[in-house]
Design a protein around this ligand. Sequence first.
Ligand SMILES: *Cc1c(COP(=O)(O)O)cnc(C)c1O
Length: 421
Amino acid sequence: MSLKERDKKHLWHPLTQHKLHPETIAITKAKGCILYDEEGNEYIDAIASWYTCMYGHCNEYITSRVAAQMTQLDQIVFSGFTHEPAIKLSDALIKILPDNQNKIFFSDNGSTSVEIGIKMALQFHFNKGEKRHTLIAFEDGFHGDTFGAMSVSGLSVYNGPFEDFFLEVKRIPVPNGKNDEAILNTLSTIVKTNKVAGFVYEPLVQGAAAMKMHDSEGLNTILRFCKDHNIITVADEVMTGFGKTGSYFASDHMETKPDVICLSKALTGGLVPMGLTTCSEEIYEAFYSDDISKGLFHGHTYSANPLACTAALASIELLQSEAIQQNIEVVIASHKMFNEHIKTHPKVKSTRQTGVIFALDLNVEMKRYGNLRDRLFKFFLEHGVFLRPLGSTIYIQAPYTITKEQLQKIYQVIEDVLEIV
Ligand SMILES: *Cc1c(COP(=O)(O)O)cnc(C)c1O
């Protein structure tokens, strides 16, 4: 029996309504930018398996380093113990993070990195004897699937059964270059009537909202407002971190730096799961006390797993290498050219690009949306490319190591798909 048949017996997949989508594809191997399935098909991984494998799948630099670490130290409780991979990783991270970041708190996925960011914001005020329990977040944001992360997420279609249990959140629109004043007015109203602890946001690009991009100056204005009102700013860079926006972090594009940064996804180059939350010294100090209950009592069993730390350290070394930095420039320039070429196509409503992230909205009538996304997805796979459209938006976020030929193939299937929508 094929893997995809055997799968059906016991497996329950994430984000899947199995009755409507019973089919899966069994991947047997991944190397570089190519996925291989059990039927012998090959696909270019044009979204780096959800933005994780940015240095290509099974990258030998990363796998060899982790293989060596595997024979040295596999796992150790990170409460009361420490180890070299975590220490080295923290040094490497602090060097590339925005200047104000100084402490690193480990977890094991993006949602928990945000959950911890939220706890840092809430407890920061609590420890100072202030009761602040409202959070501010963007409309259409996505921060993960745990309760705190769901609460700040504005994409609520799937959150229905849980909404009654959410944290208190007020929403503001993303800055578009024209609405700064309106947003400031909304913020002023919110702080007058609520005790606001923190602002949780995806800087510059909202991934799950179909790569919605927003204005850096407007975001800076919001961040300044938050600083002025002692609202802890929590940048969810789970998707944007590690080079995606053309700099190490999206927060590098704003003058005002966040108090807290959440990271995961490309952190380990896709080899193993890991999340982490970084913060400024000021945040850390609010927890540093003779009073034990002022500590941050949050811990995951696999926090700072030595193998994950090693994968992350190797990934950061790759990111800093000249080869990868050059690749990033090539991808950015290629997307720009494709953008110029495709943006006037009658089937294209709009295009946008930030760094290596490119998105295109199709110009299709609402009533045709129905199964459009599924048809696009299938078309791309049949033509050897793994792209995962969101509604009527097609986006590319390929590994940095993608070749020019592979990029051309991705562009070509996108152009071809415009003929069938
Ligand atoms: C993917 C993502 C998350 C959630 O990360 P998981 O590892 O899937 O829990 C949170 N925030 C953003 C911006 C993301 O893209």
